[in-house]
Ligand binder design. Structure first.
Ligand code: ADP
Ligand code: ZN
Ligand code: ZN
Length: 731
C-alpha cells in the first residue's frame, strides 16, 4: 500500500470544511488521532479523519503537521462515523461535532495518558511460603491472605483498609520477593450479594418480553407511571448485559438530584460504574471516560454528553426520562441525545431502552414502527397507587402569596398528619413584574425584550436572560411617582410568606438562586430524607425524576399561563411537568395527594388531567399535531441569525432563503420568514428566524442538500452570526 502522505483533519471551528496537511514519513495516520497543526497565525489541535498517498490540491502549498499528540487514537472508528452522521444529519460543521464527541480534557493539547492504577499482586501461588509468615509476621500474612483472595491485586487505598500502616509491611514483602506492583487495569468485582427486590408481576412480564430482544438493534419504550419500577427494570437489564461481558451507557437528565440513583447503582454494582456530569471537573470526567473506555468500568452513568463515551463492547443504552428537554443541546452543536443514541444503537446493532412516565410525542409515535416496542406499566410495585389529582378552582379566590384558602387548608392538613409538602412554582425571584401605577412604566431589561424580576434578597432587579442587574428604584424613573409596585409571585416570596405563616415548619427552597452548588443541594435534600414534616418549594429543578419518599402532597400553584402560550410545545411540556410533579407524592409508605390551582377547570386539558391518563392526553395532542401538520408529523429546520441590528439579521436570512429558493422542489416546503424571533432582542442582539417545515422529510433533505454548499459559502461576517437547528424543538 502506498504510504499515506496527506491527511484531512477536523478542527474545532464553525466552518463547513476539513483541512489538509502533509504527514511526515512513516506516520501511521490512524483516524481519530490528534495532531498539532499550523493554522492561520497559530497552532491548533486537529483530529485526523482520513489519509491518502496523494492530494488533489497543489501539493507544494500544503503545510506539514507540527506534531502528533497521541500514541493511540482518542476517537474510535465507530465514534468517527457517528460524528459524520451527526454532522450530516444536523447540518453542523464536522470539526465542531468531532470535538464535541471528545471529553473537554482532550479538546486542547493535553497528552492522553491513561489512568491505570498501581496494584500489588503476589508473585507466587505457593501457599506454603505464605503460611510460613503466619506466626512470625502476622501483618504480612494478613496482606498475603487478602491478596490470595483477590487475584486482581490491591490498590494503595485497599491496602490501607486492611492495615492503615501498610507501607512498611508491603516493603518487607517486596524485599522477600513475595509481592510486586504493576500498573493495571482494574475491573472491580461485583458486590457479593446485593439486595435485589423480588420483581413485581408487571416487571417480570416486561423483562421476559424484553430480554430475548437484547441481541440486536431494537428500541424499547418503558411507558410507566412514576414509581412503577422502571429503574428496577433498568438495573436488571444492566445486570444481564454485564453478565454477558458488555458495557452499558445509562443517561439521566440531571445527576445533582439523583443521589439516590447513584446509591442504588452503587449498591447493586459496587465500583463498576463511572459518573459524568457537568458538575465534575474536566479531569474527573476524563478519568471516568478513560476508565469506561478501557473496560475498567462497565457502566457509564451520566448526563447528555456521556452519550459520547466510547468502549469496546457497548451492549445497551438506557435513557431515563426520555421526554426531558435537557437531552437537547441548544447551544453550540444542536442535537438531541435521545435521537443520536438511537442512531448509535442502530450503528452498533444493540438495544436501547427509553423510559418515562410521560413519553415524548415523538417516541409514542415511533412505537408504530418496526423494531420499536412499547411496554405499559400502570401500577406501582409498592403499596399505594399514584396520587389522584384534584383541581382547585381559584376564579373568585383571594390569594395570599399565590395560594388560595383551600390550598392552605390542604397544606395544613398534610403537615398536621406529619407529611411533607411539595409546592411547585416555576418562577424564581420575588416578583416577576415591577411597575408604576401612575404612568404604567415597567422595569424592562436594557438588553433583552424581557421584564426584570425583583429579587428582594439582593435588593435588585435581575434579567433572567442576560444576567443584567440594577438597583430597585424608589421612585418611578418615568414620572417620579413615589411608589413602585410589584406583581406576581416567585419562589422567594412564596418562601417568605410560608415562613411567616408556618414559623415552626422547616422550609426547603430549591431553585437556581439558592442552589449554587451540588453540595448545597445535597445538604438541602438531606433535610427531606429525614422524613420530618417540611415544605419543599421548587422550580423545574424538582420535577426531574427524583424520589422524595415522605412527600404526601404535591401542590401546583400556577399552570394556567402555559395553557395559552404561543408555543405549540407548551401543552406537551405542561402536561409532562404536571404528571411528574404530582407523581412525586405518595412514593413512600403513605398515600399521596396532588392539587392544582386553576382558573380554567373546564379546559379540556385540565379535565383530561383529572382523569389521570397521560396516554389519553398524549393521543389527543398527537391528533392535534397531525391536523396542524406539526412535528412529529412534520420535520422542522430552523435557520437563526442574530446581529446588533435587526436589519442585518433579517438580511442574512433573506440571503439564505434566496439560496434555498433556487433548489428544486423548494415550493413543496412551507417556508416561514425571515421574521423577528419571538423574543427579538436578547443579550443586546436582535434575533431573526427562518423556518422550513415539511411533512415529507425527503423533500426537506433534498432542498437542503442542494442549497447547503452555497449557504456554507455565504461570506461570514463578524456582525451577524447564524446557525441551523435541525428538528428545532419549538417554532
Ligand atoms: P420508577 O423508575 O418507575 O419511578 P422505581 O424503580 O424507582 O420506579 O421504583 C419506585 C419505588 O418502588 C422505589 O422505591 C423502588 O425501590 C421500589 N420498587 C421497584 N421495584 C420494586 C419491586 N419489584 N418490589 C418492591 N419495591 C420495588
Ligand atoms: Zn410612573
Ligand atoms: Zn436581559
Amino acid at each position: 500500500m502506498p504510504q499515506p502522505r496527506f491527511a484531512r483533519f477536523a478542527i474545532a471551528l464553525p466552518l463547513y470544511r476539513v483541512f489538509e496537511y502533509a504527514l511526515p514519513e512513516g506516520d501511521p495516520a490512524i483516524p481519530g488521532t490528534r495532531y498539532r497543526v499550523p493554522f492561520t497565525n497559530g497552532i491548533r489541535t486537529a483530529v485526523l479523519l482520513d489519509a491518502s498517498a496523494d492530494s488533489e490540491f497543489d501539493r507544494t502549498r500544503i503545510k506539514p503537521i507540527q506534531a502528533c499528540l497521541d500514541s493511540q487514537p482518542v476517537l474510535d472508528a465507530h465514534m468517527l462515523s457517528l460524528a459524520r452522521w451527526m454532522s450530516d444529519y444536523y447540518l453542523q460543521p464536522l470539526g465542531d461535532v468531532v470535538f464535541q464527541c471528545l471529553p473537554g480534557y482532550l479538546r486542547g493539547a493535553r497528552q492522553y495518558s491513561s489512568t491505570q492504577v498501581k496494584c500489588w499482586t503476589l508473585t507466587t501461588t505457593d501457599t506454603a511460603a505464605i503460611d510460613k509468615l503466619r506466626r512470625r509476621s502476622p501483618r504480612q500474612y494478613e496482606i498475603c491472605q487478602a491478596l490470595l483472595e483477590r487475584q486482581a491485586g490491591l490498590t494503595a487505598a485497599e491496602l490501607m483498609k486492611i492495615n492503615p500502616n501498610w507501607h512498611p509491611v508491603v516493603k518487607s514483602l517486596e524485599n522477600k520477593q513475595l509481592l510486586r506492583w504493576q500498573w493495571m487495569d482494574r475491573r472491580p468485582d461485583l458486590p457479593d450479594a446485593p439486595e435485589v427486590p423480588q420483581l413485581s408481576p408487571e416487571q417480570s412480564v416486561i423483562l421476559d418480553d424484553l430480554e430475548p430482544r437484547l441481541g440486536n438493534f431494537s428500541v424499547h419504550l418503558l411507558d410507566g407511571i412514576t414509581g412503577s419500577g422502571k429503574t428496577e427494570i433498568y438495573l436488571r437489564l444492566i445486570q444481564t448485559r454485564l453478565d454477558a461481558g458488555k458495557q452499558v451507557i445509562y443517561l439521566v437528565p440531571e445527576i445533582g438530584l439523583t443521589n439516590q440513583l447513584i446509591q442504588r447503582v452503587e449498591q447493586r454494582f459496587g465500583a463498576r460504574f463511572e459518573i459524568s456530569h457537568s458538575g465534575l471537573t474536566e479531569t474527573r470526567r476524563f478519568h471516568a471516560w478513560d476508565r469506561f473506555r478501557r473496560g475498567e468500568a462497565s457502566i457509564m452513568l451520566g448526563t447528555r454528553s456521556s452519550l459520547f463515551s466510547q468502549c469496546d463492547d457497548l451492549g445497551l443504552i438506557i435513557i431515563d426520562e426520555e421526554h426531558d428537554h435537557s437531552y437537547r443541546q441548544e447551544d453550540g452543536i444542536r442535537y438531541h441525545a435521545r435521537d443520536v443514541a438511537i442512531k448509535r444503537a442502530q450503528m452498533l446493532d444493540i438495544p436501547i431502552v427509553l423510559g418515562s412516565a410521560t413519553p415524548s410525542l415523538e417516541s409514542i409515535r415511533n412505537c408504530g414502527r418496526d423494531t420499536y416496542y412499547r411496554y405499559l406499566i400502570d401500577r406501582r410495585p409498592t403499596r399505594f397507587p399514584p396520587p389522584r389529582l384534584e383541581l382547585i378552582d381559584v376564579r373568585n379566590s383571594r390569594f395570599e402569596f399565590g395560594c388560595s384558602a383551600r390550598t392552605f387548608a390542604r397544606i395544613e392538613q398534610h403537615l398536621a398528619a406529619s407529611g411533607q409538602v411539595l409546592i411547585y412554582l416555576n418562577r424564581r425571584g420575588f416578583a416577576p413584574i415591577v411597575m408604576c401605577h401612575e404612568c404604567g412604566w415597567q422595569a424592562l431589561c436594557q438588553h433583552c425584550d424581557a421584564r426584570l424580576t425583583l429579587h428582594q434578597s439582593v435588593h435588585s432587579l435581575l434579567c433572567h436572560h442576560c444576567g443584567y442587574s440594577q438597583g430597585v428604584p424608589e421612585n418611578c424613573p418615568e414620572c417620579g411617582h413615589d411608589e413602585v409596585k410589584h406583581y406576581g409571585i416567585g419562589t422567594e416570596q412564596l418562601e417568605q410568606g410560608l415562613a411567616q405563616r408556618y414559623p415552626e415548619v422547616p422550609i426547603v427552597r430549591i431553585d437556581r438562586d439558592v442552589i449554587a452548588s451540588r453540595e448545597a443541594l445535597k445538604s438541602r435534600l438531606q433535610q427531606l430524607q429525614s422524613g420530618a414534616p417540611c415544605i419543599l418549594i421548587g422550580t423545574q429543578m424538582i420535577a426531574k425524576g427524583h424520589d422524595y419518599p415522605a412527600i404526601t402532597l404535591s401542590v401546583i400553584l400556577d399552570a394556567d399561563q402555559a395553557l395559552f402560550s404561543a408555543s405549540y410545545r407548551a401543552s406537551e411540556r405542561l402536561v409532562q411537568t404536571l404528571f411528574q410533579v404530582s407523581g412525586r407524592a405518595g412514593r413512600g409508605d403513605r398515600r399521596g395527594e396532588a392539587i392544582l390551582q386553576t382558573r380554567f377547570t373546564e379546559h379540556p386539558m385540565m379535565q383530561a388531567l383529572l382523569r389521570q391518563n397521560y396516554r389519553e392526553i398524549a393521543d389527543g395532542l398527537l391528533r392535534e399535531r397531525r391536523s396542524f401538520g406539526f412535528p412529529p408529523f412534520a420535520r422542522v429546520i430552523m435557520f437563526r441569525a442574530d446581529a446588533v441590528e435587526l436589519k442585518a439579521a433579517l438580511q442574512k436570512l433573506e440571503d439564505v432563503r434566496a439560496l434555498l429558493a433556487n433548489a428544486k422542489r423548494f415550493d413543496a416546503l412551507i417556508c416561514v420568514g425571515p421574521i423577528p424571533a419571538l423574543m427579538t432582542r436578547r443579550i443586546g442582539r436582535y434575533r431573526a428566524q427562518l423556518c422550513l417545515i415539511s411533512q415529507d422529510y425527503r423533500v426537506l433533505r433534498s432542498v437542503l442538500k442542494q442549497a447547503m454548499p452555497a449557504i456554507e459559502e455565504l461570506p461570514g461576517s463578524a456582525r451577524v452570526s447564524w446557525s441551523i437547528d435541525v428538528d428545532a424543538y419549538d417554532l
